[in-house]
Write a protein that binds this ligand. Structure first.
Ligand code: ATP
Length: 266
C-alpha cells in the first residue's frame, strides 16, 4: 500500500487549475523525485499530499485513509514537510528551531532529537547559533533538520537541496535516501535532473499541473520527455556514479552550443 497518494487530484489557485487529475504515490522505503519546470505544480502537489492545499476533486490518502479525515495533529505526526519558503520568523538557536519538529516530545527529548537531526545534516556545530546569523544554505539545512526531527513515516521535501553547495547537495540526498532505505516514504522536488536520476527510485514529471511521466528515472526522463517538458536537447551519458545529463537549449542550436552538464559530478 502507498504511504501517500494523490488520486485523480485537482486543485486551483487564484482561479487557475494547478493540479489536473494528478495520480502520484510514494510507498514506504521509496525515494520519489518530482521534477518539472517552474510553475509545473510541484509545490502544489507536495502541499496537497500534506493536506495543505485543498483539492477540488480526487483524494489524498495517507496509509489508505482519506487525509481529510485526520486531525491536523494526526497529520503532523505522520507527515513531515519542508516548505520551499526558507524564512524563519524568530531568531532562535538552530537546535530550538530543529526541535520544533517534535512538538509531541517532552522538552529535553525534543532538543536531543533536534540536535541529532542537525548532526545528521552535518550542521551540529550551528546548534547554538541564531538562525538569523547564518547563511542561506546553513538555514536551509536547519529547516530540513526540523522536518527530520518529526520522525514521521512520510517526508515531503520541497527543493531540499536548493541553495546548497555541491557537496551538501549530495550529502542531503544521501541522507534522504538512507531514510527511505530505513522505511520512510520520501518525496522530494528537484530541479537537477541528473541528481534526480542518480538518487530517485522513481521520477514523476509534472508539466502544467499534469503528470507527464512516472517511472524509473531513465524511463521517465527520456530525451523526448526532456525536450517536450523542459525545451532542452539532452542525452544521458554514463558517469562513474551513475547517469549524467548533457543538455543544451534548443535556442543554442540543439546540441551544437554550450553543453550544460546537469549533474554535480562534472
Ligand atoms: N498563491 C498563488 N496564487 C495563485 N497562483 C499561484 C499561487 N502559488 C502558485 N501559483 C501558480 O500555481 C502554479 C503551480 O505553482 P507551483 O508553486 O506548484 O509550481 P512549482 O512547480 O513548484 O514551481 P517552482 O519550480 O517555480 O517552485 C503556477 O502556475 C503558479 O503561478
Amino acid at each position: 500500500m502507498s504511504a501517500l497518494q494523490l488520486a485523480l487530484a485537482t486543485a486551483s489557485l487564484g482561479g487557475r487549475p494547478v493540479l489536473r487529475d494528478v495520480n502520484l504515490t510514494v510507498a514506504a522505503g521509496e525515494l520519489v523525485a518530482v521534477v518539472g519546470p517552474n510553475g509545473a505544480g510541484k509545490s502544489s502537489a507536495i502541499r496537497a499530499l500534506g493536506g495543505l492545499l485543498p483539492l477540488t476533486g480526487g483524494h489524498t490518502r495517507l496509509d489508505g485513509a482519506d487525509l481529510s479525515t485526520l486531525s491536523p495533529r494526526e497529520r503532523a505526526a505522520r507527515v513531515a514537510y519542508l516548505p520551499q519558503e526558507r524564512r524563519i520568523a524568530w531568531n532562535l538557536p538552530a537546535v530550538e528551531i530543529a526541535a520544533l519538529g517534535a512538538p509531541f516530545l517532552a522538552g529535553a527529548e525534543a532538543t536531543a532529537a533536534g540536535r541529532a537531526a542537525l548532526d545528521e545534516l552535518e550542521v551540529g556545530y550551528l546548534a547554538d547559533r541564531g538562525v538569523a546569523e547564518m547563511s542561506g544554505g546553513e538555514r536551509a539545512r536547519v529547516l530540513l533538520a526540523r522536518a527530520l526531527t518529526t520522525g514521521a513515516r512520510a517526508l515531503l521535501a520541497d527543493e531540499p537541496i536548493a541553495g546548497l553547495d555541491p557537496d551538501a547537495q549530495l550529502m542531503v540526498l544521501d541522507r534522504l535516501k538512507a531514510r527511505a532505505r530505513n522505511g520512510q516514504a520520501v518525496l522530494v522536488s528537484l530541479h537537477d535532473l541528473g541528481l534526480a536520476a542518480r538518487y530517485a527510485d522513481r521520477v514523476v514529471v509534472l508539466d502544467d499541473g499534469q503528470v507527464v511521466a512516472d517511472a524509473a528515472p531513465l524511463e521517465a526522463l527520456t530525451p523526448d520527455v526532456i525536450a517536450r517538458v523542459f525545451g532542452l536537447t539532452a542525452r544521458w551519458v554514463e558517469g562513474p556514479e551513475g547517469p549524467l545529463l548533457a543538455s543544451s537549449r534548443y535556442s543554442d542550436g540543439g546540441g551544437g552550443g554550450v553543453v550544460r552538464p546537469v549533474s554535480s559530478e562534472l
